[in-house]
Design a protein. Structure first.
Length: 417
């Protein structure tokens, strides 16, 4: 069968996307250089650049000097021609950020998730999103996409969030419809761990890996899967719900069937419970890690056992997916103290275990992934990205976001989300 060649409006979209990618990643660049690199005619390049400049997506940066004759004009992408918002909605913390279309992170807000749950959390997300636009001095019309990582899985049949047990009443709402109606912009909703694995793929340890998993251990437990450079969700969107693995607790006990046996045993509440059973005091997760560092035998025993449980889960995952890399994240999983026991137990379980590392992004992984999803969606909607022209996300500038005074809470090292 002869390979299809795009024509008409689709060809125009493909050409526009090709030039935008070149301008974003190689700018400032002249029209002559764009024609040379893209293989398009100079006339086509000039027409598209003129159109993009008129819409304020690209801007002149001056003339390139040093050649013979009239110096050509150079163009670059205008990153502040639009904005995107990413949200990481956890059971205890809400993290949100606004960025420009060049991948730059401008402002970030962190606050406690409204404990009343349900529509109170919906209103909180909307309020935080609009505050971010104000901080960036951006009109709401310039916000092109909002992407949100949440606990649970969006059920495409019902429109509600399944398994969203960490936010009260959240699973009773058609969350995407409610948020879209209130915000009035393109909105994407995905599991927070899926967002985390996308964050690692964009800016973290998974940048050079086409097959890896991200396992989050915190208030809950979940996994995001990248296989052949694509995220995998499964037929019901529940791929990666490893909280239901029959590990650490009786999977037939009804008490363990809501959150799952593995989550009941190894997530934050289970870790605290096992520490108490080992003779420790009823304290929080950070205190258990601190006690282990101070030589508390019960805390050290429990953390070694935590490594065993996580190692068993990785063993099960590796037997099915064969990932080249496992990234550990979440309030518990991202603790570097767990890395050695996890690797030790995994080495006892498997002859050829995958590489295991703690997240390079830490608690920010889901937020970075949400920003990546929003950015990709905005670029696709604006510049007509198609399967014929895979979109490469802009590399974000170095540096950290500015924070609104009083709006940014300190990270919770070793706590649960």
């Amino acid at each position: 069968m002869r390979e299809m060649t795009p024509a008409g409006p689709l060809l125009r979209q493909v050409n526009t996307q090709t030039l935008m990618q070149l301008i974003i990643h190689t700018g400032p660049v002249t029209r002559v250089e764009l024609a040379r690199r893209s293989g398009l005619s100079k006339q086509t390049v000039s027409e598209i650049v003129r159109q993009l400049q008129g819409a304020d997506w690209v801007r002149e940066t001056g003339r390139v000097r040093g050649g013979v004759g009239r110096s050509p004009v150079a163009y670059e992408f205008n990153p502040r021609s639009g904005f995107v918002i990413g949200v990481d909605l956890g059971g205890t913390k809400l993290r949100a950020a606004i960025g420009d279309l060049g991948g730059g992170l401008l402002h970030e807000i962190v606050e406690s998730t409204d404990p009343l749950g349900g529509r109170h959390v919906i209103e909180q997300v909307c309020s935080v999103s609009r505050r971010l636009a104000d901080l960036a001095d951006a009109s709401w019309d310039a916000v092109l996409c909002v992407a949100i990582g949440t606990p649970g899985v969006l059920n495409p049949q019902t429109g509600v969030m399944d398994f969203a047990v960490n936010i009260p009443s959240f699973g009773d709402l058609r969350v995407q419809d409610e948020l879209t109606g209130r915000l009035g912009v393109p909105l994407l909703l995905d599991n927070d761990v899926n967002m985390a694995v996308l964050g690692e793929h964009w800016q973290g340890l998974g940048q050079d890996s086409s097959d890896f998993v991200f396992i989050a251990v915190g208030t809950g437990i979940g996994m995001g899967v990248v296989a052949d450079d694509e995220i995998r969700r499964g037929c019901n969107g529940a791929a990666g719900e490893i909280c239901y693995l029959p590990i650490g607790a009786d999977p037939l006990d009804r008490a363990n069937q809501v959150k799952g046996a593995f989550e009941e045993a190894a997530a934050g509440a289970g870790l605290v419970r096992r520490y108490v059973e080992a003779g420790g005091r009823e304290v929080g997760v950070p205190e258990i890690f601190a006690a282990a560092a101070d030589g508390d035998a019960a805390a050290q025993l429990v953390l070694d056992d935590e490594g065993r449980l996580i190692g068993q889960a990785i063993c099960a995952v590796a037997g099915v997916l064969d990932p080249e890399l496992v990234v550990l994240g979440g309030g518990i999983g991202s603790r570097t103290e767990l890395l050695e026991p996890v690797r030790n137990w995994l080495g006892r379980f498997m002859l050829q275990p995958p590489e295991v590392h703690t997240s390079a992004l830490g608690h920010r992984a889901p937020l970075v992934g949400s920003m990546a999803v929003a950015l990709r969606t905005a670029h696709q909607d604006l510049f007509g990205a198609t399967a014929l022209t895979p979109l490469v996300l802009p590399t974000p500038p170095s540096g950290t976001a500015d924070a609104a005074d009083g709006d940014v809470a300190a990270p919770n090292p070793g706590g649960t989300r």
